[in-house]
Write a protein that binds this ligand. Structure first.
Ligand code: NAD
Length: 313
């Protein structure tokens, strides 16, 4: 029979593309429950789904930050039966820590960390009872390696990875699989939204040097890296489909082979010096000279630093 897949955060980006790709499966193997905070934002998804809408794809409201909303949503699913849960909803946060309010930091954790915990807590007991199920979490390369000026976002993904690494062990005993997808940069509204937020920011509390490093050194480098290495949301959707269709799904799934050196450095030097110094040099010694930075990044992608990825093709 059809597998019931519930996905969070489907009004845009990666979540929208996963929902559409699974709903359009040629063999109609999936019944997709695409959820979003605000159903008023459904138009882009409905349009992209075409004929699948109302057939293999249905919509439900769900805010991962609300106990009530999560409970209500899962209770409205027939027999509360979900075969595959895809935790995709997430928010970014960029900038000097001095100028970000504690409130805003907590909001990122509320979505990226507690949002995932809340979903798993609600769906896992039924999966355990049935001794079947697959939980997928949209992590990031930043769930494995810290990145300057992404301090709090990175921490929220690290927290989630720690939670999942611990959960995966007991879930396996119940024949429930857990997988994390770890993309590098992806061209979505995520990137646009963050850049817009950053442009609006006035950086209260941050000194002039820090603001300059952020605006004039980090931001242009980050833009170049997105342009040179970014994947599309479709790529990530294809990787995700591969992971859920695997007979023995992997726990960690990097998606971008150009980006894996960043992770490899961490495992190549257990003191952490290699990562910290490489990032330091990239940013402060080469940052303003982008062509040099890019050629160094290309060197870094030599085969010895490649890690196994799940490819979209
Ligand atoms: P996006 O902003 O297009 O999508 C995120 C979605 O989550 C949006 O539709 C948003 O409305 C939704 N959302 C936010 N808060 C929510 C809440 N409380 N309840 C329900 N939905 C909520 O960005 P995206 O790039 O598609 O991001 C999807 C996931 O991929 C995120 O978890 C993000 O951390 C991760 N990711 C993104 C990138 C990237 O470069 N874009 C890289 C690695 C990982």
């Amino acid at each position: 029979g059809q597998k019931v897949v519930l996905i969070t955060g489907c009004s845009s980006g990666i979540g929208l593309r996963i929902a559409v790709l699974l709903a359009k499966d040629e063999k109609k193997r999936y019944h997709v429950i695409a959820t979003m905070r605000d159903l008023k934002k459904k138009d882009k998804l409905v349009e992209a789904a075409g004929d699948a809408y109302g057939q293999t794809l249905m919509l439900l409201p769900l805010d991962v930050c609300s106990d009530e909303s999560v409970k209500q949503c899962i209770n409205s699913v027939k027999d509360r039966h979900i075969d595959i849960l895809i935790n995709n909803a997430g928010v970014g946060l960029l900038g000097p820590v001095e100028s970000i309010s504690m409130e805003d930091m907590k909001r990122v954790f509320e979505t990226n960390f507690f949002g995932v915990v809340r979903m798993i807590k609600e769906v896992m007991p039924d999966m355990k009872k049935r001794r079947a199920g697959h939980i997928v979490v949209m992590s990031s390369v930043m769930g494995l390696q810290g990145v300057v000026f992404n301090d709090v976002y990175t921490a929220s993904k690290f927290a989630m990875e720690g939670f999942c690494e611990s959960m995966a062990v007991q879930l396996l005993k119940f024949n429930v699989h857990l997988s994390m997808i770890e993309p590098g940069p992806v061209h979505t509204e995520f990137e646009t939204k963050m850049m817009e937020d950053v442009a609006k920011m006035e950086y209260p509390g941050a000194d002039a040097d820090t603001v300059r490093y952020f605006k004039d050194v980090y931001l242009p480098s980050s833009k170049d890296i997105f342009e040179a290495m970014g994947q599309t949301p479709e790529d990530i959707a294809k990787c995700t489909k591969k992971v859920i269709e695997s007979s023995n799904p992997r726990f960690r799934n990097l998606t971008n082979s150009l980006y894996t050196p960043i992770v490899a450095m961490k495992y190549a030097d257990e003191t952490g010096g290699l990562s910290v110094n490489t990032f330091y040099n990239l940013l402060f010694n080469f940052g303003p000279l982008m062509h040099i930075t890019m050629s160094i990044l290309k060197c870094l992608t030599c085969s010895c630093l490649r890690r196994r990825t799940v490819s979209p093709n």
